[in-house]
Structure formats: structure tokens, C-alpha cells
Design a protein around this ligand. Sequence first.
Ligand code: CA
Length: 232
Amino acid sequence: MERTILVIEDEQNINDILTFSLSKEGYKTLSALDGIKGLEMALTENPDLILLDVMLPGLDGWEVCKKVRENSQVPIIMLTAREDEVDKVLGLELGADDYITKPYSMRELAARVKANIRRSSVQATHEVEPENRSTIISGDLSINVERYEVSKNGQIIDITLREFELLKFLATQPDKIYSREKLLENVWGYEYYGDVRTVDVTVRRLREKIEDDPSMPKYIITKRGVGYYFNR
Ligand code: CA
């Protein structure tokens, strides 16, 4: 299925490079050179993902992000000029999904785009399920995917976002075994060039929180030599 990406970036040459590279990756692309046009296209063209520059004439990226979010849950990746935590917090509050800080490689950008599109289609599939779509219940464990809450026997567990994402990912596809590489790719969000042991460490922490006996797990099970799965 062909995916459409809207690139909102005022620098013509950067916009050209982005749309060219994305079309080589097989995406259909749309481009806007200012915030007002970008917002209009975001709302009328129904793109599958938006790449949104922060500094834009007309309407800046934050305003565009906020206004798009009032109408749509399309994934938005902000293109920020500098590594600025304040910007990231602001963007998160306005509903951006991801950030990429300039300068970035096209390879990194393409990986992020792919990961965000995949994540949104997984969510969309999940939302089709009619009953209890926001809560996954298994045994004494309850995972509320909208509130980012996990509780065990009715007690809310203190869990990090990454631990939550990993648990949610496995629990939404029970019994399906994922390799550590696949988990890195899906849960860590893009081609993570880190160590696959990151997954093991996160699984271990998660088990300490959700399992009665972390050495004898009943939820997150190790398939030796393959990976992990959630036992329904
Ligand atoms: Ca700009």
C-alpha cells in the first residue's frame, strides 16, 4: 500500500532533497514551503505522515503541529534545528510523535519515517477491535494502553515509558515470538544501532515489576535462542 508523506519545510533545497529521497524509498510525497499551506495540505490531503520543520514562515511548526492534532492523529516528525530539550518537551505537549535534529542522515530519517508509519498502522489495527480496546488484561495484569498504566492485582506499577512500550508491543500480539533485533526495531522505534542486550536488560527490569517470581516468569517468556514472547 502506497504511503503519502507531507514535507513541510521552507528551504526549497532541503524540501527537494527530502521529497526526492522519500520517493526513492517508495513513498508518495507532497510538499509545502510555509506553515499555512502545510496546515491546509495536512488537513485536506490526508497524508500518512508529516515531516514538519520548526522554523517556518506564516505559521511555525509548533502551531502547525497543534492545529493538525486538533483534527488528526497522523504521525508527525518534527525537524528541529538544534538539540533542545525545551523544544522537545513543547513538541511532545503539542502532540508530535518524534524528532529528528539537524543535521541528520537520510538513512536515519528514512528509518524514523518507516518506524512511525508502522507504529501508527499497528495502533490503527488495534483500534478496530471493538471491546476494551484500551485495556489488555491477562491474568492479574492489566495494561491500559491509552493511559500508559500497568497494574497488577489492581495496584498500579511504576514503569518507564520504554518498559511500557515493550510490554504493550508483546502483549498486543500474544504468543508471537520476537527476536531481540526485531524488538529493538519495533519498540526502540527505529534502526537502533545499540546492543541487543538493551532488550534483555529492559525485559529483566520489566519482569522484576510484573512477575511474581522474575526467575520463573509467566508473562514475558524467553524462547531460548530466538527471543521473547508474551504468554497470554
Ligand atoms: Ca525552516
